[in-house]
Design a protein around this ligand. Structure first.
Ligand code: 3PY
Ligand code: MG
Length: 252
């Protein structure tokens, strides 16, 4: 699953997936059955517990969508725990410089690429059914997605782009807008200008870029600008909009 996902990105395809905030695995299954390429299980902002999160990862696997966990923050333990549960990608928010990015990679990968805490008995290792050496090498294939979402990260973009091991550089438009002094205005020219510059500079180096969009116009605009990993919408907002549309129709 992970190899095929990486190949699609290498081939220049655009992949789509929502952020998930509901604790019920049914929503993840629905997203998978609908055909989303990935889901981002959001430990930064959603009320999941870890045992709950494990069920969401299983639901993603069952329905054929790539399970990605957004860690609470860049602490080693949150990164390795996400991968221990079986996430095939870990997305780490609020990275501001190259040292932080390198520390994330080290926390996410086993020797020789990093120093991730070793445990061959976790769910990702099929609870020890996979021979440990095989597990440790295949686990290093998980996607590392680094989120840039503030002025400081933009100031340090060059050094961040030089870090080896980043699979996707993800721009968080909401936090970026706040850092630019226009909170929530993700379409503000100053936000768009900085995003375009990150996209162009990353793509010049062959680095895949991702972002979050919540309108079809912005999803299409960023896809056409070369963003390949588009986290589009949020489960709760998709349901909110469906309820509102339905009620509008019922009241006609
Ligand atoms: C942001 O926009 O700040 C994110 O983290 C992704 O929605
Ligand atoms: Mg953010």
């Amino acid at each position: 699953m992970i190899q095929e996902f990486k190949k699609r990105l290498r081939d220049g395809e655009t992949v789509f997936g929502p952020f998930m905030k509901t604790s019920d695995a049914a929503f993840v299954e629905i997203a998978g059955h609908a055909g989303f390429d990935f889901v981002i299980l959001d430990m930064e902002h959603a009320p999941f517990t870890y045992s709950n999160l494990q069920n969401l990862v299983m639901a993603a696997e069952l329905s054929g969508t790539l399970p990605i966990i957004r860690a609470q923050n860049s602490s080693d333990i949150f990164i390795s725990k996400a991968l221990d549960l079986g996430a095939l990608g870990v997305q780490i928010p609020h990275i501001t410089n190259a040292d932080e990015a390198k520390a994330c990679i080290s926390a996410a990968k086993f020797h020789p690429e990093g120093q991730r805490g070793m445990d061959p008995f976790v769910r990702a290792a099929s609870y020890s059914s996979i021979p440990a050496a095989k597990y440790f090498s295949q686990a290093n294939e998980a996607l590392i997605i680094i989120q840039l979402e503030g002025k400081e990260a933009i100031d340090n973009l060059e050094e961040i782009l030089n870090v080896d091991g980043i699979d996707i550089l993800f721009i968080g438009p909401y936090d970026l807008s706040q850092s630019m002094g226009v909170p929530g205005q993700v379409d503000h020219p100053i936000v768009v200008k900085h995003m375009e510059s990150i996209v162009n500079r990353a793509r010049e180096r062959g680095i895949v870029v991702g972002t979050f969009t919540d309108t079809l116009e912005s999803a299409r605009m960023w896809r056409d600008a070369g963003i390949q990993y588009i986290s589009h919408a949020v489960d709760v907002a998709i349901f909110t909009n469906a309820c509102k549309d339905l009620l509008k129709q019922l009241h006609l």
